[in-house]
Design a protein around this ligand. Structure first.
Ligand code: NAI
Ligand code: MG
Length: 332
């Protein structure tokens, strides 16, 4: 038995995580599941966005599965994103987002790329200060963070049989910071057996659309990775299909790439596939590969058979999709 903490969160989080949990039960994954709270609804109920009990449970778990949370819309100087806090507290330094079309009839281009994004620094240090007439944002790039994100990308390439890795940066403008990242990239790639390439971030945005087959793995800094992974997800069928993991050395938090989608929350319209695929990634992390493969194959088959929610051109709601998906899974 592996111990897993599940945090449904806000908006469509509980709906898509509900589906993913049904799928995990259906494949008989030997998991001890504990539920925990985090986010805006949690704050409204308990006065805390990230209760200590949740941190304690996570501390004792092998992995976590998380839905999404809603950010407060009014400015609160004391608010610190609970997700950013978790990434820091558990040193989840790599955000890994595999992006591939789940079926050839979905999405716009034939993508099969994994985006490996530095998750702890860059533009997300959140340090901003007022200066006369404006605001300065601090952006941190350290050698250590560059080394471990590049090393992680190389090990993913090896594990998944990807032959090349592309460093995405903007060192023509950010000569010192992105220049450091680029320098470390070439140091680590040399002699690794993986072919190194590089692209400026704007060119990478275009390449995702125009020559997606040339991209196998992108390694990049925080903000670029955030933006490019949403672009890639949209090209590959939409946010409803995009899983991800926040990965550290000894802990991993799996989550769909999408947010809490308040526009469709509670309306039985959310596509649970991103959460289901995130759960499958978690099973692979916990060395239950066979079950992960079974879920991933069923996703492709379900979509091929027209088992789809509205965002993917189908007519099903979350509940009916889940029911039909489970039927297909049990017959596989
Ligand atoms: P979003 O990803 O929640 O939604 C963007 C659009 O995609 C919406 O039209 C939504 O309906 C649609 N969408 C997203 N997931 C879908 C799904 N599974 N099925 C069908 N349609 C789906 O991004 P948005 O609107 O920018 O943010 C909403 C809230 O979520 C904000 O409070 C934001 O801060 C938060 N957020 C949280 C994240 C997290 O918890 N990791 C990540 C991104 C945003
Ligand atoms: Mg994002």
């Amino acid at each position: 038995m592996r111990k897993v903490t599940v945090i449904p969160g806000d908006g469509i989080g509980p709906e898509v995580i509900g589906s993913a949990l049904e799928v995990l039960r259906a494949v008989d994954a030997p998991l001890e599941v504990h539920r925990a709270d985090m986010g805006l609804a949690c704050y409204q109920r308990t006065g805390s966005y990230l209760p200590q009990e949740t941190l304690d449970l996570l501390e004792e778990s092998d992995a976590a599965l998380f839905g999404a949370i809603t950010s407060p819309t009014t400015y609160d100087p004391d608010y610190r994103s609970p997700l950013l806090r978790l990434r820091k507290a558990f040193d989840l330094y790599a955000n890994v987002r595999p992006v591939r079309r789940p079926h050839p009839t979905v999405g716009l281009v034939a993508l099969d790329v994994v985006i490996v994004r530095e998750n702890t620094e860059g533009m997300y240090t959140g340090v901003e200060r007022d200066v006369p007439g404006g605001v300065i944002t601090e952006r941190l790039v350290t050698r250590k963070a560059c080394e471990r994100i590049v090393d992680r990308a190389l090990s993913i390439c090896r594990e998944e049989g990807r032959k090349s890795v592309t460093c995405v940066h903007k060192s023509n403008v950010l000569r010192r910071s992105d220049g450091l990242f680029r320098e470390v990239f070439w140091e680590r790639v040399r002699g690794s057996g993986i072919e190194g390439r590089e692209l400026l971030v704007d060119a990478a945005a275009a390449a995702l659309v125009q020559r997606p087959e040339s991209l196998e793995c992108l390694v990049t800094l925080n903000l670029y990775g955030d933006i490019l992974s949403d672009e890639a997800a949209a090209l590959a069928g939409g946010l409803g299909f995009a899983p991800s993991v926040n990965l550290g050395e000894s802990f991993a938090l799996f989550e769909p790439t999408h947010g809490s989608a308040p526009d469709i929350a509670g309306k039985d319209r959310a596509n649970p596939v991103a959460a289901i695929l995130s759960a499958a990634m978690m099973l692979r992390y916990l060395e239950m590969d066979e079950k992960a493969v079974r879920i991933e194959r069923t996703v492709t088959e379900a979509i091929g058979r027209g088992i789809r929610t509205a965002d993917a051109g189908g007519r099903m709601g979350t509940a009916e999709f889940t029911k039909r998906f489970l039927e297909l899974l049990s017959s596989a």
